[in-house]
Design a protein around this ligand. Structure first.
Ligand code: G
Ligand code: G
Ligand code: MN
Ligand code: NA
Length: 249
């Protein structure tokens, strides 16, 4: 059947689930949080995020999908006693939803209101965020204690003016910059400048796609605060994340 039918069914019948990719504090090397990443599988088989994230938006299912993501993931994590209070939990949020009034309704969800975690919303750079309504919503969310991260920084609709206005807490350096470190490319030579920008804006930095110790040590020396990548763990189940946390305790 069509992807449209499968995604609609999947939203109703548990076709979606969320894996967690650990986020490591560079100074201590310890896992201090995780990013929720969506997966889909039904009787026909799996679909990759590349196949369903944009489709959900086109089908006007981005909102129910997002509410389900927050409810399902946080219900599971809140029930897990091994996760400490203040654990950073990140969610990818469609930028266009931030320009709607509905986004404020998320703050009324019990799983969000009562959460013991430090919740972070990740958004990619997008012109939707220039809208006055989006700016007002971002301000509101931050007042409510939600951290804001700019995802895939350096690849999108990069605009320093927008970055200043957004007043975000975190910048996530896109994986492509980190991958290129091996080749001493122009792109990777910009990482120190990105660190400088982050310092000036008083935001913390997360490096994505850290796959080996060389990249880790270089990024740590440059002053990057947090890292994600296969060196620390691929997106995994909650059970696997707990094992990782127990190993470092
Ligand atoms: O892990 P990976 O291949 O799964 O993710 C691909 C991309 O899909 C991510 O970079 C992210 O931008 C997007 N993505 C993954 N999960 C979600 C989700 O729950 N919501 C949104 N909006 N995007 C997601
Ligand atoms: O939200 P975002 O666009 O950053 O999604 C992260 C994507 O990058 C996911 O698809 C995830 O599986 C992938 N990813 C995470 N860590 C690594 C890594 O170390 N190497 C590679 N190649 N991909 C990664
Ligand atoms: Mn992300
Ligand atoms: Na990214």
């Amino acid at each position: 059947s069509s992807i449209r039918v499968r995604l609609r069914q999947g939203l109703r019948h548990q076709g979606f689930y969320w894996l967690l990719q650990p986020v490591v504090d560079m100074a201590s090397g310890k896992v201090i949080g995780a990013e929720a990443l969506a997966r889909f599988a039904d009787d026909i088989g799996p679909l990759s995020p590349d196949q369903f994230i944009d489709r959900l938006r086109e089908l006007e299912l981005a909102w129910p999908f997002t509410v389900q993501m927050l409810n399902r993931t946080l219900t599971e994590l809140e029930a897990c006693t091994e996760l400490p209070a203040g654990f950073k939990v990140s969610f990818n949020i469609y930028p266009h939803l931030l320009a709607t009034g509905a986004i404020r309704e998320l703050m009324a969800l019990p799983v969000i209101k009562a959460s013991r975690f430090k919740l972070v919303f990740e958004v990619t750079e997008d012109e939707e965020l220039d809208k006055a309504q989006a700016q007002a919503n971002l301000h509101y969310l931050r007042q409510q204690g939600i951290g804001l991260a700019v995802d895939d920084f350096g690849t999108g609709y990069a605009n320093l003016g927008q970055l200043i206005k957004m007043d975000c807490d975190l910048l996530k350096i896109d994986r492509s910059f980190v991958t290129d470190m091996e080749e001493h490319s122009v792109r990777s030579s910009l990482i120190p400048q990105i660190v400088g920008i982050a310092r000036q804006l008083n935001v913390q930095l997360v490096a994505e796609g850290v796959e080996n110790e060389r990249q880790y040590q270089a990024l740590r020396k440059l002053g990057v605060d947090y890292a994600q990548g296969w060196l620390f763990g691929k997106p995994m189940t909650l059970g696997e994340l707990v094992v990782l946390l127990e190993q470092q305790a």
